[in-house]
Design a protein around this ligand. Sequence first.
Ligand code: GLY
Length: 314
Amino acid sequence: MKPVIVVHGGAGRIFKDREDGCRSGVTRAALKGYGILKHGGSALDAVEEAVVVMEEDPHFNAGCGSVLNEKGEVEMDAIIMDGKNLASGAVSAVKCIANPIKLARLVMEKTDHMLLTDQGASAFARGMGVPEVPGEKLITGRSLERWKKNLEADSNPQQFQKDLGTVGAVAIDSAGNVACATSTGGLTNKRVGRVGDTACIGSGGYADNNVGATSTTGHGESIMKVVLARLILYHMEQGKSPGDAADSALDCMKTRVGGLGGVIVISNSGDWAARCSTQEMSWATVKDDQLHYGIHAGEWHTQPAEEAISSLGC
Ligand code: GLY
């Protein structure tokens, strides 16, 4: 099997000032994951490391750069899933962790559970030797400004929900195994303790070697209502291509519950799609040593992966 990776940096409105940062962030992430796959690494390692790149990039709403809850704190959700055995690990409402996706993987591999939350997740992280970072280190000037604006009496938080991006990755490795990973800071000014779609298996992501893998982004409550990730794989089981399955599921979410979002999908034969019902979604993929990426509808750049690695210095 030829390895393939697809990543997203979130669906919504991506304003001009963030475009270059988002393009460069998703391409770096896709190239990192592809490098792992090319050296015989697993799909699971590739999606985890690709998401780590975006968690450490302040352009995205995950890890450093996460939006703030109503109390001005970063509270993050993440999930990872292995299509080989349907093993999955997730964390929700975690604070003071640089890479929630790594903690999600530890939940998958070191516990008999699938989801740890809040203080239990923090205690588990300490037990696993995961370093705590001061909460302020995850807060960017931009998230702080948003949070403060939303506290103003005449604010419209909905306006700021539109250009913030959950991150995710899906991949297939040379052994034919698929995996997904998704990580987010959630919604701006959300209630303390709000858990979104990202941490919920079948909503924020799903991976099954029998079909493929998907990672989602968008309005979490809507995504959970239609169980978006699993719905896409259901459509693929019924014979749809990844692109058609993604379009059908996003259309269902829009018409049934009025929700918008975006998805990346890979099939167990290496076909892939990146689709959104929002105005924009940053995405990138590497297949056959060619990097492809874009943000706007119809935007499609192609570059040899080696050339992109040299020009980005990664
Ligand atoms: N899709 C991210 C969230 O709503 O939390």
